[in-house]
Design a protein around this ligand. Structure first.
Ligand SMILES: [Zn+2]
Ligand SMILES: [Zn+2]
Length: 327
């Protein structure tokens, strides 16, 4: 009985096994039993034969596909084909296949003379012995090198994960810490003179008056309580146009209690969620994003966006204070 891979091969073998076992049970007479045992022994010797050379297997080696062959036959096939695959069904195997010890012992117990004879033949053949030695050596080396590769890959993956984690933590820290100095995050009442000075400098046209803020120690509360009449004495601001513009800016601070974002970084600091939304969704889903903005952020985002992109606000005669703030 050969374990050849063929259509219906497995079921055929199973049928034969069932017939063989039922035959053992049904035949009662000793003669018939003896004949049966002799037949079974002959079948068994075939089963224990190498799949390649069809002789009693020496150092039987069973592969993952289930086929068994002499180790020397397996080694010869390996060096001929240069592939780690079964000589019968060509199924690939990994690692170094080991000798099937139970099968080897069974062969030696059932057929001691034949097994000894076959062993002697193989051992006497120097080419066969060196083939097996080289086969064992090469596959052992491949096995250990693949284990080393796995170790190196795991090590590199560990380092990669550690670096990625560090970068994510650093970016999160940078995101947080880079915004702490922004005035938009501080209520005006808590502003110190240097914050007021920074705010005045950000007005650009009012930059020359910033030194007076530090000289007079004007903090947030003092800034909010300023009147037009104080501007000349505090800042030496005589220009009426400057006075109007300055008080307009102070009025905005009074209304909101905080400074409204005036550039992209300040907007990102005040509305981190919306910034991420704008950055990604407007790129990939512009229509859906505009609809979302229209429904949920009509005044804050949709109107300013439409005004800026269409330029429709240029010809409007005048905007109220709250409209200016939203822009
Ligand atoms: Zn063989
Ligand atoms: Zn096979």
């Amino acid at each position: 009985m050969e374990y050849e891979i063929k259509e219906g091969g497995v079921s055929q073998e199973s049928d034969e096994e069932i017939q063989y076992l039922s035959g053992l049970e049904n035949h009662g007479s000793s003669t018939v039993q003896r004949n049966n045992f002799a037949g079974a022994a002959a079948d068994l010797e075939e089963d224990l034969a190498c799949s390649v050379c069809l002789l009693l297997a020496v150092q039987p080696t069973t592969l993952v596909c289930g086929h068994t062959s002499c180790r020397v036959c397996l080694a010869r096939w390996y060096f001929t084909s240069k592939k780690k695959e079964c000589p019968m069904c060509r199924q690939a195997y990994h690692g170094l296949p080991m000798i099937n010890i139970q099968l080897r012992n069974m062969i030696h117990k059932l057929y001691p003379d034949k097994a000894r004879q076959r062993n002697r033949e193989v051992l006497a053949d120097e080419e066969a012995t060196s083939l097996v030695q080289n086969y064992d050596k090469q596959l052992q080396k491949k096995n250990s090198s693949s284990e080393q590769e796995t170790d190196i890959a795991s090590f590199c993956a560990g380092i990669f994960i550690a670096i990625c984690s560090f970068i994510v933590i650093y970016l999160a820290w940078y995101w947080q810490s880079s915004d702490t100095s922004l005035l938009v995050l501080k209520p005006v009442q808590t502003w110190k003179p240097k914050d007021v000075c920074q705010w005045v400098e950000e007005l650009s046209w009012a930059a020359p008056y910033s030194s007076a803020v530090l000289d007079k120690h004007i903090d947030g509360n003092m800034l909010l309580s300023l009147e037009t009449t104080n501007l000349e004495s505090v800042f030496n601001m005589t220009d009426s146009m400057h006075q109007k513009a300055f008080m307009f800016a102070v009025e905005l601070l009074r209304e909101e209690g905080i400074k409204m974002p005036a550039n992209l970084w300040e907007y990102k600091a005040v509305y981190p969620g919306r910034s991420l939304f704008l950055a990604f969704s407007m790129k990939d889903f512009p229509r859906t994003s505009l609809l979302y903005m229209y429904i949920y952020f009509y005044d804050d985002m949709f109107l300013p966006f439409v005004r800026i992109t269409t330029g429709s606000g240029k010809n409007e005669p005048k905007l109220s204070l709250s409209q200016v703030r939203k822009l």
